[in-house]
Design a protein around this ligand. Sequence first.
Ligand code: SF4
Length: 289
Amino acid sequence: MRYEGIVYRPPSEARSLIVQLTVGCAHNRCTFCTMYKDKVFRIRSREEIFQDFKDAASAYGGAVKRIFLADGDALVIKTAVLSDILKYAKKCFPEAERISAYGTPLDVLRKTESELIQLRKDGLKLVYMGAESGNQTVLEHICKGVTKDQIIEAGQKLKRCGIGVSVTLISGLGGKELLKEHAVDCAALISAVKPDYTGFLTLMLDDEAPITEQIKSGALTLLKPEDILEEMRLFLRHVDSEGTVFRSNHASNYIVLKGTLNKDIPYMLRYLDEIEEEGRFRPERFRAL
Ligand code: SF4
């Protein structure tokens, strides 16, 4: 397999075949994200992509159950081309149970419902959407380039078209200043979309990320583990999304939490109380992206 630069994937795609359809992220401006800063965005040629699937099929044969289309936003690709790629992936791996990709809300909104339905029929089962926050001010601060209403609209559209949705949020993005707003509005966003999956990562500072400069200058106050716990508590008290699988078990998280909304909310709130009482946060040295 040929990979350009570091390839990122969601934790749940750890065992998936990963094929790069694009290199980098077309947006590449979020202030906390340095994942693709060293890459100049481009869509790989159809020949390169098809060759990768062909090589993977001869190397792994029937062992591939899941396929993840990288990098940052495979849905930016025109529907007709993406459709051909999905069909070819299924031809190479007929036993694959799931094909998934990252997709930005704007990429989803640019596609018509009939295009999304076509992509679902071609095998696209799940789209990971980085919402990061449900609070409009936070979204503007981090230069997300999209409004909370657009994120909600994109999530609802994917669901209407039968494509699974996984929404990622980031603890700490509002800083101390907007802790409450970030938590409550993240809950409102998830309640509006009711995605199949949602989860929190926790903000980690990278010297190259513009948000680090904001924290150093005092414009944004970094949350301590105890603050993150308060943020999580607020989120769980406000969210209403029956059946959504909830995870906060990424390596960046101070607090490891998992359950299904809404039924496990009381259990998760009790678990937060225990963590608080015992000070059982993941030590800083074990955190990673
Ligand atoms: S967070 Fe997502 S959309 Fe923003 S720059 Fe990083 S990869 Fe691109």
